[in-house]
Ligand binder design. Structure first.
Ligand SMILES: [Zn+2]
Length: 140
């Protein structure tokens, strides 16, 4: 969706909260303990308790809670590194993508950090359809 996001897989909640405060992030969590912390209840740090079990419900909840625009900048950030992707010409990626992809795709993006190449393949199309669905259908 093009939103800067960090995945936190540590068990140290204090570190999570310090990072969120320092980088002005919103915490998305299923941990009710975090929601009870003073820094959250006082409104100093925004946190959203994710309630759905299915990924679609969870994304829907985040979109609604934060008033996100799904079509703002889809597919502009590396899924692995959180870095803004850079446009690349077909020639620039010639030897770095599978031959079939090179023959059929004209638009490419590269992550400046991990150098992964992205193109509008089947995964991209499937994600686009999902995002469109989130935009059109009401919650539930
Ligand atoms: Zn990357």
């Amino acid at each position: 969706m093009g939103y800067d996001a960090l995945f936190f897989n540590g068990s140290d909640d204090s570190h999570l909260i310090a990072t969120a405060l320092a980088q002005e992030r919103v915490i998305l969590t299923r941990d009710t303990q975090i929601m009870r912390r003073r820094v959250v209840t006082s409104g100093r740090l925004r946190a959203i308790l994710i309630t759905g079990d299915k990924p679609e419900q969870q994304v829907r909840q985040v979109i609604d809670s934060l008033n996100l625009d799904c079509q703002l900048r889809p597919f502009t950030i590396c899924l692995e590194c959180n870095q803004a992707l850079l446009e690349r010409s077909k020639q620039q990626v010639k030897d770095r993508v599978p031959p079939y992809v090179f023959q059929t795709q004209n638009q490419y993006m590269e992550c400046p950090s991990c150098h992964r190449i992205y193109w509008r393949g089947t995964h991209w199309q499937a994600m686009s359809k999902k995002l469109e669905k989130f935009m059109k259908s009401p919650a539930g």
